[in-house]
Write a protein of this length. Structure first.
Lengths: 224, 440
């Protein structure tokens, strides 16, 4: 059985529009199109998955709205998380049944593995933490989270996916308890590499694009 | 007839999930494949569809509740569209009184249906169109939000019926077929098939005088793991014969000082672990796991040491074994073995191994192939050490020497590891042990 994955870079897309793209991709997959990896960035948005507890949203919605930060409740696993420019978001619309891979845990592990591989190529060793979905970087006495994962599934076609912190402003995470994990610090590729990059600068955009290419390549190797 | 909606299999290692959100309520009419509920497991939120069309007669689990794979979470009273005559005529067999609209559904299937009242599941235009066409809304698959039936859907169902063989009304038989097919895939019928296979190959009827030992929880776990491992990994075995004379010499020279310094004896096991760990660094394919379509070669080396205790087999893990000296390994192994026997191991110490070494004992054990400890891809099993005459080349001449020989047997997972790396790894272990350059 040949697997195919079509990878596209959508640039900056608002959350609602991206969700519609995903739903369209699911229908296209059902109609016989390929699996897709949609890579994009979001303007600041907080999303609440099906696992979320209201107390993990630390800043009231009204205040977030006043700052222009949208809040969405969505049909993906996982608690609350933040998306913002400088974070590489990947939505994987894949038919697990067609891949002979009806195993949600393995799908999550596979996403982690590809991210870990890409991060390795980018010079940052990372790993899984047993019992916690996501990708972590070891630090003295602790592990910092560099990528979050949350997946939705309709009759074995997945959607949603991962968010890899590349060069985003980590201060935004102060509004939430990320993924409901109060002991966990968020980190980014730039922070781990001690790069001070101004969001939107040519340097930052080149850095982001390079990370995106490595991630795309890793997923292509895994899923094509 | 009442059809059970069950939590589907979501993966080998997934045993349960949590009801995140019901998308329907009792009394709702649903189409086949219409999403009924969202179940989350780990970070996946899966929409579970209706196996048949009909009316939700019962919701058996609440939002937030954890449910096992295979558990019944709802019941659907199959709608008027079921083609079977008599069973459909029986009203609600599930004891829920919410089925008021159903008596209309009990009518024989072949006649045009009066559409059952089902507010919200169909647009007003669709309801009107269905009425005109003499179609039951329950038999029309909706293309609108959450499976809502739109007028176009009714038109499509109507033209399908019109182009179908005249003896049947096309809208009805399809849901009945759909109803049969999911039942074949259900966990219940797979279990029935397994029971049949078991019966065919014979079980055992206990006789008087037999000693029946109920399985302890640990025994059950081991049994399950062994079957799972053999079923998952295609095991291939390869053996090497090791001249342990060099190791024996080092051990003899060091053992008294070691015992005095550490309070316990120096066995051969730490030497073997030490060599295996160095060989794993050179052959990372053996320090790996198989994912669905990838192989993960792990960064860290954590060695499981298979240990027999009076309760059964446990495999405590020496973490980062490559960072330990021979003495460090010996101490770690001794500590884990003691705590294993006193049942003082923590859950963390039994997890996370990347490779396992098994030493099942000296007697009657020339060599043997252990079962891989999932999700690893290799396991090394020690055999007994026996003095044997072997041929050694001395100054260009062959001569017979008496040497302590041990067989080391590697079982590996041929999904991920081929013969060359497996044999390469085992040969390297042999080289390291025979060179015997150990530094306590």
């Amino acid at each position: 059985m040949a697997n195919a994955i079509e990878i596209s870079w959508l640039g900056s897309v608002r959350y609602g529009a991206a969700l519609e793209r995903q739903l369209a991709a699911i229908e296209a997959r059902r109609a016989g199109g390929p699996d897709q990896l949609l890579l994009l960035e979001h303007p600041a948005v907080v999303t609440l998955g099906r696992g979320s507890k209201p107390e993990n949203l630390l800043t009231p919605r009204a205040q977030l709205a006043a700052r222009g930060v949208e809040v969405h409740e969505i049909a993906r696993g996982g608690d609350v998380t933040l998306h913002a420019p400088g974070q590489l978001v990947g939505y994987l619309v894949a038919d697990l049944a067609a891949r002979g891979a009806r195993d949600v845990a393995l799908w999550l592990r596979g996403i982690e593995a590809s991210l870990i591989e890409a991060l390795g190529e980018l010079g940052v060793p990372s790993r899984r933490v047993e019992g916690m979905t996501g990708v972590f970087v070891d630090a003295p006495g602790t592990a910092r989270k560099i990528a979050s994962i949350g997946v939705g599934m309709r009759r074995w076609i997945t959607y949603h996916g991962f968010a890899l912190n590349v060069s985003l402003d980590l201060a935004g995470f102060a509004d939430i308890v990320p993924c409901g994990l109060s002991g966990v610090t968020m980190t980014s590729l730039a922070r781990e590499q001690r790069r001070a990059l101004a969001l939107g600068s040519a340097e930052e955009r080149a850095y982001f694009a390079h990370a995106r290419e490595r991630v795309a390549a890793a997923f292509e190797r895994a899923l094509a | 007839m009442a059809i059970a909606v069950r939590v589907p299999e979501l993966g080998e290692s997934v045993a349960n999930g949590t009801i995140a959100r019901w998308l329907v309520k009792e009394g709702d009419r649903v189409a086949v494949d219409q999403p009924l509920v969202e179940i989350t497991t780990d970070k996946v939120d899966a929409e579970i569809p209706a196996p048949v069309a009909g009316v939700i007669s019962a919701l058996l689990a609440a939002e937030g509740e954890t449910v096992d794979v295979g558990a019944e979470i709802a019941r659907i009273e199959e709608g008027a569209s079921a083609a079977t005559g008599a069973p459909a005529a029986k009203p609600v067999s599930a004891a829920r009184p919410s089925a008021a609209p159903k008596p209309a559904a009990a009518a024989p299937a072949r006649q045009p249906e009066t559409p059952a009242p089902d507010a919200g599941r169909a647009s007003p235009m669709a309801k009107r169109a269905a009425e005109d066409a003499g179609l039951s809304l329950g038999s029309v698959t909706g293309s609108g939000v959450s499976g809502r039936v739109m007028k176009a859907d009714v038109e499509a169902a109507r033209s399908a019926r019109e182009s179908a063989p005249p003896a049947r009304s096309a809208a009805e038989p399809l849901p009945a077929l759909a109803a049969k097919a999911p039942a074949k895939r259900s966990a219940a019928s797979r279990a029935a098939q397994e029971a049949e296979t078991k019966a065919r190959f014979g079980s055992y009827a206990i006789q008087e005088g037999d000693r029946v030992i109920p399985m302890s929880p640990l025994r059950k776990l081991v049994a399950e793991h062994m079957v799972y491992s053999k079923r998952t990994s295609p095991h291939v075995g390869t053996v090497a014969e090791i001249d342990m004379g060099g190791v024996a010499a080092v051990r003899d020279a060091q053992k008294r000082a070691f015992e005095e310094a550490n309070g316990f004896g120096l066995t051969f096991l730490p030497f073997i672990v030490h060599a295996a760990v160095r060989a794993l660094r050179e052959f990372p394919a053996l320090n790996a796991s198989v994912l669905e379509e990838a192989i993960v070669e792990k960064r860290d080396i954590h060695i499981g040491i298979a240990t027999e205790t009076d309760k059964g087999l446990v495999v405590p893990v020496v973490r980062n074994a490559d960072r330990l000296s021979l003495a460090g390994l010996a101490a770690a192994i001794e500590d884990l073995a003691n705590r294993a026997r006193n049942r003082k191991l923590t859950a963390d110490e039994l997890k996370g191994g990347t490779f396992t070494i098994s030493n099942p004992g000296r007697k009657g054990n020339l060599y043997g192939f252990a079962i891989i400890n999932q999700p690893q891809v290799g396991i090394l099993r020690m055999g007994e050490m026996v003095k044997r005459p072997v041929v050694r080349s001395v100054g260009g001449q062959d001569a017979i020497a008496i040497r302590p020989m041990m067989h080391l047997a590697l079982s590996y997972d041929h999904r991920a590891v081929d013969g060359a790396p497996a044999n390469g790894f085992l040969f390297r272990v042999r080289e390291l042990l025979e060179e015997a350059e150990f530094d306590l």
